[in-house]
Design a protein around this ligand. Structure first.
Ligand code: SF4
Length: 175
């Protein structure tokens, strides 16, 4: 489930969603997240799209989801180039503004980067370990292989996040 957050301060030239610069829409807080999840009971991941005017608030809401909905993954799409404090609360983070000539994440020339959290401890929010999965997830010449990233599959095969990192490194060498 993707949640667009308005009041975007980035003002990227050529922005695909100019309405997100406006301060419009409904308040996003813990009760509204509860309602959205109740209405969409099959979701596996919440993606906060934007929120760069107040990253601490996005982190706060992400913490709420992690605490109260441990089976739901949490991602953040930011137009900035830097991680917020406690970014380990997110399973996935996309960083980088929209730069038209560089293209989207599906473009080999994209400036944007998709990161996956591979910290061994799930509650290590301050000092997490992230790896760049942009190429595997979006630019790979072969179809994206979800087995490498799927939590249930990882549990079933009893492989660790370090094993995944090694697999990704090997994949990089192959390409
Ligand atoms: S960060 Fe996204 S929503 Fe904000 S201006 Fe850039 S492209 Fe538009």
């Amino acid at each position: 489930m993707a949640i667009n957050i308005t009041n975007c301060p980035c003002h990227c030239p050529g922005c695909h969603s100019k309405e997100l610069a406006e301060d419009i829409g409904d308040i996003l807080d813990e009760p509204s997240i509860d309602k959205l999840i109740a209405k969409n009971s099959e979701i596996t991941c919440i993606g906060f799209m934007g929120g760069d005017s107040n990253p601490a608030e996005v982190v706060k809401l992400a913490k709420y989801v992690r605490k109260n909905y441990p089976d739901i993954k949490v991602g953040w799409y930011s137009g900035r180039n830097t991680f917020p404090l406690e970014h380990g609360v997110f399973h996935y983070i996309k960083l980088g503004p929209w730069i038209e000539e560089k293209g989207p994440l599906t473009s080999k020339t994209t400036n944007q980067v998709m990161y996956m959290n591979i910290s061994e401890k799930d509650d290590n929010y301050m000092n997490p370990t992230f790896i760049d999965i942009t190429e595997q997830a979006f630019r790979a010449p072969k179809p994206y292989d979800p087995d490498y990233f799927d939590y249930q599959e990882r549990k079933r095969r009893n492989i660790t996040r370090q094993d995944i990192k090694a697999m990704l490194d090997n994949k990089n060498e192959d390409n």
